[in-house]
Design a protein around this ligand. Sequence first.
Ligand SMILES: [Zn+2]
Length: 211
Amino acid sequence: MADLGTAQKQSPCGGCGAPLFYVPSSDAEMRICEYCGMANAVVPEGLKGVSEVAPLVEMPSRFKVGQSGSIRGKTFQITGRARYDYGDGTWDEWTLYYPEENKCGWLTEDEGEWVLFEEKRPLEQALDLSSIKARQSLSLAGLNLFVHERGQCTPVGAEGQVFQVPNFGQAYAYVDGTAGDREVILMDVGGACWLAEGSELFPMDVKLETS
Ligand SMILES: [Zn+2]
């Protein structure tokens, strides 16, 4: 991974021992080794090997891991990406590190459409996503949500440093909708749901540094 400034640390991969760069104090809790494919958990002592991850098949995108730039005037660097298969296609979740705030967010890319997200928050109420239908309106977590689709997605691979990915190869229920001009995603990760609100991102919002 390219230079992340003083926030960056180095620790041996739990799988092969290769020195890996990562951002220690970050919400992106998983660092995939580019040499052996081990997913390492970011722990206070460094990196701890957890499981092996399939490499990603390259797909056309404006983004790549290690790239820097600014989104709506805010400096970021891409630390990693995870890919989810939803049956009819895949979406990529690009992890963004904002060095000025020492925080992470992410953007999803699905067939050239981008949505920028800041945080996943746990849903306090129990919710069975299978009871939710497309074109349904519901009131949830202070939002008036209009449901576009409900489906199943499977994490199929990841690279770099990413937010915690649930089990690779396992299917998870998700709901995709809008609340006003906000894009909303809900995902059930083994009986507990998280919700994230995002906003659609357009090419003019993103400036990438050429490397
Ligand atoms: Zn390794």
